[in-house]
Design a protein around this ligand. Structure first.
Ligand SMILES: N[C@@H](CCC[C@H](N)C(=O)O)C(=O)O
Length: 277
């Protein structure tokens, strides 16, 4: 089976994007892992699949698979790339596109300066819905990891995040702690682990160990969750520039019950065709 694809990235968080509105695509976890493999396949952090809308009032359905083969609910950098992809491929001429994801409907908007702003929806702060096993919905909660007590904020942006504040993100043990937090038993759906350094009232530095992909150069939902957590902890105020290893995002949030707006770039790298066994 031949599969046409586009390689894209948002701040170095890279994607293989597949147009399933014009070609038949049959994905299995093995196939996703093969495509995402940086040695044997194309290589990517996530595979994005653009499908026709499955309900009235939306333009497309967008599905997200981590490099480990698992399908997940949401991807922020992917949402910007999705919007650029459907515009560049002539699948949509709208400036604002409504797209259904496993986590609900989001609305990316292509701006005249080339950046994309995405209404990422209202963050979920109730522990049970993140899901995070806890008898409290407190903003800061203790998590026991490898004998250490870590202070985390559990936030869902449609997908789960555990955000901790560190003094120096460059020297934070992202690989070691990230892997342990990702599969911590108190996060039954596993979790993305964010490490935040506050630079000033409108700027943070962020690294994210992503569920199903390991540390990436940037994580869009991770940036949203980090800003939500940092605002709730009264460390920063909106809007907030988020510095990642792959570049910067701007995140705006007016507080509980309101949606998070994420603005950043979406870049096409190349087009290709691969043979799938
Ligand atoms: N890179 C993404 C998030 C992708 C999904 C995540 N790894 C998960 O499992 O929830 C982003 O930009 O948000």
């Amino acid at each position: 089976m031949k599969l046409r694809f586009t390689k894209m990235h948002g701040l170095g968080n890279d994607f293989v994007v597949i147009d399933a509105t014009r070609q038949a695509v049959e994905l299995t976890p093995e196939r996703v892992r093969y495509i995402a493999d940086r040695h044997f396949g194309v290589g990517c952090d996530q595979l994005l699949v653009v499908e026709p809308a499955g309900q009235a009032g939306v333009d497309f359905r967008y599905r997200i698979f981590n490099a480990d083969g698992g399908e997940v609910e949401q991807c922020g950098n992917g949402a910007r790339c999705f919007a650029r992809f459907v515009a560049d491929k002539g699948l949509s001429t709208k400036a604002e596109i409504r797209v259904e994801t496993q986590a609900g409907i989001i609305a990316p908007r292509l701006r005249e300066d080339g950046l994309v702003t995405v209404n990422m929806g209202v963050p979920v702060l109730e522990s049970a819905q993140v899901p995070f096993v806890s008898d409290s919905d407190a903003v800061v909660q203790a998590l026991e990891v490898d004998g250490e007590r870590i202070a985390i904020t559990a936030v869902s942006m449609g997908n789960p995040h555990a955000v901790q504040v560190v003094a120096d993100v460059d020297h934070a043990p992202v690989d070691r702690l990230g892997a342990l937090i990702e599969s911590h038993p108190r996060f039954p759906a596993r979790v993305n682990a964010g490490f935040v350094q506050v630079a000033d009232a409108h700027r943070i530095r962020l690294r994210v160990y992503e569920r199903g992909a390991g540390e990436t150069l940037a994580c869009g939902t991770g940036a949203c969750a980090a800003v939500v957590a940092s605002i709730l902890r009264e460390l920063v105020t909106s809007p907030v520039r988020v510095e990642t290893r792959g570049g910067e995002l701007e995140i705006a949030w007016d507080g509980p019950g309101t949606p998070v707006l994420m603005t950043g770039p979406a870049v096409t790298v190349f087009e290709g065709e691969m043979e799938l066994a």
